[in-house]
Design a protein around this ligand. Structure first.
Ligand SMILES: Cc1ncc(COP(=O)(O)O)c(C=O)c1O
Length: 359
């Protein structure tokens, strides 16, 4: 929309008109395209999820769902080692991030995250009239000293762990050092933590400023279901509940998510498969001249030594294979490739070899 059109929309806040909004990854529908661009799981979810959803549907949907998603909290609590009232459920972990930002960040407050990371953090900050404070990662994807600096206006820190797009992981001791260095809450976004086998959930009991968000979209193969949750101390959850929509999770998603979290055997087997394909994918890419960042997630971040990332992305797309091209201004660009099935990875390697042979 051009400036002339925007000038008509005076009923919007200026900052909303100025903001860019989150650009979600492309979501082409249908089976023709191999989709390795938004870190979905390539395998169908646990069969118990489908069964649970069917039985809720058969009972009818005329009543409102349980506003607290009690069944999920009760099933997840022993797995996470917390009480059910330490869990807040949401419509995907994006909603959890939004609830926390709305509850904690006011106009003029700073929100920090390491850069580059999940692009939604800056959008959520903008919506609140907050000030973005992205601090560049060190070249080895560790946090720099600047990241630990405390400031009066600092209202919230986001830390995706593993990080996206790099797939890199910080160990919980480092996270604890960060929490001790600042006075504001630190939200550890563990969307990909199952693939790393490392979590900061155990730290939550140590400090009420530690909040951990998780999702069923990735390791449980349920991106289409929209279910995520937060683990935090009960006095924190009690305040956040005031912000959420009453019925933010529907009856089908609560039933499906409860079945999914209960089926830990499916989860473990799935994570094993994805990790083994991740290893294979990384080795194949390296053998073709890519520089691959060691990943603890279900995707890899890479760049080719002498071909442009944009050119590779476009060539793959023209061959019906979608990966995520990401560009971060002066920081540079690269390609993020979701770990697919072994067959999808084979198809990727075949197409890549054909472009790399071209002069
Ligand atoms: C780092 C990170 N956090 C959170 C999410 C949101 O996941 P969802 O809203 O599907 O739970 C994503 C999705 O790609 C992500 O990459």
């Amino acid at each position: 929309m051009n400036d002339h059109d925007k000038s008509r929309l005076t009923f919007f806040r200026d900052d909303i008109l100025r903001m860019r909004g989150y650009q979600a990854g492309e979501q082409p529908q249908g089976d023709k395209i191999i989709k390795l661009n938004t870190n979905e799981n390539p395998y169908p979810c646990s069969p118990s999820v489908v069964q649970a959803i069917r039985s809720v549907e058969a009972g009818g949907l005329q009543k409102y769902p349980d506003a607290s998603a009690t069944a999920f909290c009760t099933a997840a609590a022993p797995i996470l080692g917390v009480d059910p009232n330490w869990i807040l459920c949401g419509n995907g972990s994006d909603e959890i991030l939004s609830i926390v930002t709305r509850a904690m960040v006011g106009p003029g407050q700073k929100v920090r995250w390491p850069f580059p990371s999940y692009v939604l953090y800056s959008v959520l900050t903008d919506i609140q009239g907050g000030l973005s404070d992205p601090v560049s990662f060190a070249p080895d994807w560790n946090l720099t000293d600047e990241f630990y600096s405390d400031q009066d206006q600092l209202g919230l820190v986001f830390l995706a762990n593993p990080n996206s797009p790099s797939g890199t992981l910080l160990d919980p001791e480092k996270v604890l050092e960060l929490v001790n260095a600042v006075r504001c809450p630190v939200l550890i976004d563990e969307a990909y933590a199952d693939f790393a086998g490392v979590s900061c959930v155990d730290l939550v009991a140590q400090n009420e400023r530690i909040l951990v968000s998780r999702t069923l979209s990735k390791s449980h193969g349920l991106a289409g279901l929209r279910f995520g949750y937060l683990v935090a101390q009960p006095q924190i959850i009690e305040q956040l509940v005031k912000i959420k929509d009453s019925y933010n999770c529907d009856a089908l998603s609560i039933a499906g998510a409860t079945a999914a979290i209960t089926d830990q055997v499916w989860l473990r087997q799935n994570v094993e498969k994805v990790r083994s394909t991740r290893q294979e994918l990384s080795e194949q890419l390296e053998s073709m001249g890519f520089e691959v960042t060691p990943s603890s997630a279900n995707f890899v971040w890479c760049k080719h030594c002498d071909r442009s990332s944009l050119e590779i992305y476009e060539y793959l797309k023209s061959n019906q294979l979608l990966v995520r091209y990401m560009e971060f201004g002066s920081w540079g660009d690269g390609i993020r490739i979701t770990v697919g099935t072994d067959d999808q990875v084979d198809a990727l390697v075949t197409i890549l070899s054909s472009i790399l042979k071209k002069p």
